[in-house]
Ligand binder design. Structure first.
Ligand code: ADP
Ligand code: MG
Length: 231
């Protein structure tokens, strides 16, 4: 049995809102295997974004552990966390979060520059990824010159740049039309079929029904964890 690419054990996060503790995550445990394509669903406030920020090393849990690729990342110091995040995790956001003054190519390139990939290799890989996303005729366009769907595809190329163990996507189709949504889901599914592990937070059942596994959260806990029939 292979080591899961993601292992979460007893994860809890309590925020203080003034003097009132808010239990955003309560003792969550689960495993994800390499190449899984799964969605995290649940009502607003159920802890989905908190969960992604713990896995993505954007914030620290109150209790519990996250292991990525067999390495405990919750033990990372503040100086180690950015490097681990860069090497192990690709983020895709609802609002794309591309740098507006940079072209598609430069946005993807920048992610690898932070990871100290040599210049020629960066350009080669950025072009290869943008081609794969169907953007070969858009590489020199700035975000403002691209449609929402194109911007999200640039963001996915950027997320893939450093060959992350996991892609974390928070409402990646929240801002695009249904046709673009379907295209983005198919693209992500294709990446997962090639071994990329992908977690998507979504409100949209048209998205979650196309992932292989659906984790439903409620009040900071996993309410159900279902393999989708007929996938
Ligand atoms: N930085 C924070 N400070 C205080 N409370 C927070 C913070 N982030 C989230 N929360 C609270 O934690 C709970 C879970 O929030 P969140 O993870 O954003 O849920 P979801 O993404 O499912 O909507 C909510 O009650 C929210 O108000
Ligand atoms: Mg959220």
């Amino acid at each position: 049995m292979n080591e899961p690419i993601l292992r979460v054990r007893g994860l809890s996060k309590t925020y203080m809102q003034g003097k009132i503790p808010v239990h955003a995550l309560r003792d969550v445990s689960f495993d994800v295997s390499k190449g899984e394509f799964l969605s995290i669903v649940g009502p607003s406030g159920s802890g989905k974004s908190t969960f992604l920020s713990m896995i993505g090393l954007l914030d620290k849990p109150t209790n519990g552990s996250v292991f990525i690729d067999g390495i405990e990342v919750t033990g990372a110091t503040d100086s180690d966390a950015p490097r681990i995040r860069r090497e192990k995790i690709g983020f895709v956001f609802q609002h794309f979060n591309l740098i507006p003054t940079l072209s598609a190519l430069e946005n993807v390139d920048l992610a690898m520059r932070f990871a100290r990939v040599p210049k020629t290799r960066r350009k080669e890989r950025a072009i290869e990824l943008l081609n794969k996303m169907g953007l070969s005729d858009r590489i020199n366009h700035k975000p403002s010159e691209l449609s929402g769907g194109e911007q999200q595809r640039v963001a996915i190329a950027r997320a893939m740049a450093n060959k992350p163990a996991i892609i974390l996507a928070d409402e990646p189709t929240g801002e695009v039309d249904t046709k673009t949504r379907d295209m983005i889901v198919e693209l992500l599914r294709g990446l997962s079929e090639n071994g990329q592990t992908i977690l998507i937070v979504t409100h949209d059942t048209a998205v979650s029904s196309r992932t292989k596994r659906v984790i439903r959260m409620l009040d900071g806990m996993i309410e159900s964890d279902t393999k989708v029939e007929g996938y």
